[in-house]
Ligand binder design. Structure first.
Ligand SMILES: [Zn+2]
Length: 231
């Protein structure tokens, strides 16, 4: 398997596509300029979610970046049978591919190629960041991502449009964060069904997960996989 994603993203002009009037006529294409995504979603079909609407007593553990992993963390995750939605950067996913691909009950989603601040780059670059990362995820895990999470939660309508043009229908944010022992949940004191919790692959992740599991237990909830709750 080669990490060199056989992918280029071109920013085609409106005249090239013969679609004058289209504000951003870009999409993922391969090296032969074939469109590589089956479905391109119009901007109004791209859902922006920071919480999942559900009556089930579930919350969603999402972990970003993928920089620090360890055998100790693997043991902890497996002992607790934790379902985890991972948003690893393309390079970190590749670097730690042996660790990640051994995890059960984990899905791999798109968090860009280089942790780009999406609202500060041009649409063609936005699409490149997403397409490139999707291709690396497909190469490493065999599956394409379903969700896109912009680094820092930075998005606008232009980013949303680029997400759809890159073949992803869900722009996923969060409403609870635990980072190096500190919890932020916008004034609330306990978790609710459908909460999307953001953590990071840092050296303190195991401790952050312990804090989270205690909160989940107190609230009478259980963790679930986001992909099982698409709507
Ligand atoms: Zn990040």
């Amino acid at each position: 398997m080669s990490v060199v994603a056989k992918l280029l993203c071109f920013g085609l002009s409106a005249s090239t596509l013969g679609s004058a009037g289209s504000s951003n006529p870009n999409y993922c294409v391969d090296q032969n300029r074939r469109k590589i995504v089956q479905t391109v979603y119009p901007v109004n079909e791209v859902k922006v979610l920071n919480k999942i609407r559900t009556k089930d007593k579930v919350v969603f553990i999402t972990i970003d970046d993928g920089v620090t992993v360890s055998d100790d963390l693997a043991k902890f995750i497996e002992k607790k049978l934790l379902p985890i939605t991972t948003f690893a950067l393309a390079g970190e996913l590749w670097r730690n591919r042996d660790w990640f691909t051994q995890r059960a009950n984990m899905t791999f989603e798109n968090h860009t190629n280089t942790h780009a601040h999406m609202t500060l780059i041009e649409p063609e670059q936005q699409i490149f960041e997403i397409c490139r990362a999707s291709q690396v995820i497909k190469n490493v895990t065999g599956e394409r991502p379903v969700f896109f999470r912009p680094p820092g939660g930075s998005w606008n309508e232009e980013v949303r449009e680029s997400v759809g043009r890159s073949g992803i229908k869900y722009l996923l944010l969060w409403n609870v964060q635990i980072y190096r022992g500190s919890t932020s949940m916008a004034g609330r004191t306990s978790l609710s069904p459908g909460d999307i919790i953001l953590l990071h692959y840092t050296p303190s992740l195991k401790n952050d997960l312990k804090i989270l599991l205690a909160m989940i237990k107190t609230a009478g909830l259980r963790p679930a996989l986001l992909r099982d709750y698409l709507h």
